[in-house]
Design a protein. Structure first.
Length: 95
């Protein structure tokens, strides 16, 4: 399955099941927080990587999210493919 959301700047960004499984392999503590990961992309603060200009970090703090973390960071890759944007979630992790 592929879920698509729009960030605060109007960019369409999608996350596939394959990427979600990758996230859970490395951060199983996020299993219950798929909606929060997508919410981070929709409404989180965004910073561009200074060296890899196609890479952006979205970060959002949540109230009472988890006893060990309250912030989620999502790495999004912005690319063009076939003359159209191809923006996707690469990974996510608790912060």
């Amino acid at each position: 399955m592929r879920e698509e959301v729009q960030d605060r700047f109007g960019n369409a960004i999608y996350m596939t099941d394959e990427r979600w499984e990758h996230i859970l392999e490395n951060h199983p503590e996020l299993e219950e927080f798929r909606d929060e990961v997508l919410s981070t992309v929709r409404a989180g603060a965004r910073v561009q990587d200074p060296f890899y200009l196609e890479t952006f970090y979205y970060r959002k703090k949540f109230v009472a999210l988890h006893e060990d973390f309250d912030t989620i960071e999502v790495v999004v890759i912005f690319r063009w493919q076939f003359n159209a944007p191809n923006n996707f979630v690469m990974t996510a992790y608790p912060a």
